[in-house]
Design a protein around this ligand. Structure first.
Ligand SMILES: [Cu+2]
Length: 250
């Protein structure tokens, strides 16, 4: 079993110049192209995928094959902590982006990541306050809370300005892509790194052909693993319901 990604390339803008000779028609593309496609997920144990055909949440991005080019963003985006959840569950950002983590709950939280990607720990902070982290290192950052083991989120940090996340139908569109050669990459929360690595391949933008060879992947092999707290230890029993850090603190 596998899932199929069907991609089409469309040239953004083109123009032509007629020369002196009738046959001499020069056609050239300006700088922008569009890369779009559709993803279908199968082999999934997720109820949204199985029962509702929800193929959202697959990240697609283009990495320049010119290694000297780097994305650098000065954007600020937010990941809320509300009702003991991170919201949104996933953020996709360019390197250089600052993520703010406002605490909108009446209890303390402590977002951290010690997994892979960029490591951070913004310590325990009270209701109504915020902390922020600037992400300069590309990678997959898995975010947890040191108080509440059920809280988790993902920040996908990319050295690219061309990225999109699939909608419920599995569709994605990357617009205004400068012409050139790119590596196309995919990330999905429930696919193994090995499976995702096999999807990476080189494309040229703009591309004349409409249909490209299908790419296949499987969610099989994904095993969710319980995480530890920031000290590498198991969470204490009943940590989820602990009111130790309720506001106000004496
Ligand atoms: Cu928390």
């Amino acid at each position: 079993m596998s899932f199929t990604i069907i991609m089409t390339w469309r040239s953004g803008i083109s123009f032509s110049i007629a020369g002196y000779a009738a046959a001499a028609i020069l056609s050239a593309s300006l700088t922008a192209g569009t890369v779009s496609g559709r993803v279908r997920l199968i082999d999934s144990n997720d109820s949204f995928v199985k029962k509702q055909g929800d193929f959202s949440g697959v990240v697609v991005w283009l990495a320049s094959t010119d290694k000297s080019s780097a994305a650098s963003s000065h954007k600020h985006v937010r990941m809320l902590q509300k009702d003991k959840k991170f919201s949104p569950h996933m953020l996709v950002i360019s390197t250089g982006t600052t993520v703010e983590f406002p605490n909108l709950d009446p209890i303390f939280h402590n977002a951290f990541s010690n997994f892979n990607g960029q490591i951070f720990d913004i310590a325990l902070y009270p209701p109504g306050s915020s902390r922020s982290v600037r992400f300069d290192r590309p990678g997959i950052v898995r975010v947890f809370c040191n108080i509440h083991p059920s809280m988790s989120a993902i920040i996908v940090v990319l050295n690219s300005n061309y990225f999109a996340t699939t909608d419920r139908d599995g569709r994605f569109t990357l617009s205004n892509v400068a012409s050139g050669d790119y590596e196309i990459h995919f990330f999905h929360e429930r696919s193994t790194p090995e499976t995702l690595d096999r999807l990476t391949h080189t494309i040229r933008v703009p591309e004349e052909e409409d249909d490209l060879p299908a790419v296949t992947i499987s969610e099989a092999g994904y095993l969710p693993v319980a995480h530890k707290n920031k000290y590498g230890r198991d969470y204490p029993p009943n940590a989820e319901d602990s009111q130790t850090y309720s506001w106000p603190v004496r």
